[in-house]
Design a protein around this ligand. Structure first.
Ligand SMILES: [Zn+2]
Length: 184
């Protein structure tokens, strides 16, 4: 097993024939398409690529990418952290025709002898991340002061709850409306 920085290009069929697992870290500045979609990343992604041949002699790459990205919350536009744990099982093929023949459990990976592993990780991350991300209700807007208002409202609701109201006050407030209806 290799550790440290993730290699950029690999001969994935050769690795699969030898049952090699590669692991390494990949900083986001190596991933230009992803960089444009996110606010920040605190640490590099951890990548594990397990290469092997399955029982029908297909070359298989099981790819796992872990980490976390900060993206803009679509409600309050401040950063929200999205944990990343993306696992994919890819069968290595030469042509689109071969890709169409694969069992459903595999994603096709159409590649020449050399595979750009960084680009593959980026594509898997783009597939994994949701199109729109939001904070949880109690966290959203905290950084622009909206959560304080939300807390005040919940306190008000408790004070004005039915148990705490004098039933005669409720009757008194209903009576003028009833009279108004009767005179019409
Ligand atoms: Zn938010």
């Amino acid at each position: 097993m290799t550790t440290g920085a993730l290699p950029k290009t690999v001969e994935v069929r050769t690795l699969a024939a030898r049952e090699v697992t590669i692991s390494g870290s990949l900083p986001v500045d190596r991933l230009p398409r992803l960089s444009g979609l996110i606010v920040s990343v605190s640490r590099p992604f951890d990548v594990v690529a397990r290469c092997f041949k399955d029982e029908e002699a297909r070359y298989v790459l099981e790819l796992r990418v872990c980490g976390a990205v900060d993206v803009a919350c679509q409600r309050c536009l401040t950063p929200v952290t999205v944990p990343v744990d993306a696992l994919s099982c890819l069968a290595v093929v030469w042509t689109d025709d071969q890709a169409a023949q694969l069992p459903i459990r595999y994603e096709p990976l159409v590649t020449e002898a050399e595979l750009d592993l960084w680009q593959l990780v980026e594509e898997e991350l783009l597939l994994f991340l949701p199109s729109y991300s939001y904070h949880g209700d109690t966290e959203c807007g905290r950084q622009v002061g909206l959560a304080v208002q939300g807390d005040d409202l919940s306190v008000d609701r408790r004070i004005d709850g039915p148990e705490k109201q004098n039933p005669f006050d409720i009757l008194a407030s209903l009576k003028p409306d009833d009279q108004g209806l009767n005179t019409k």
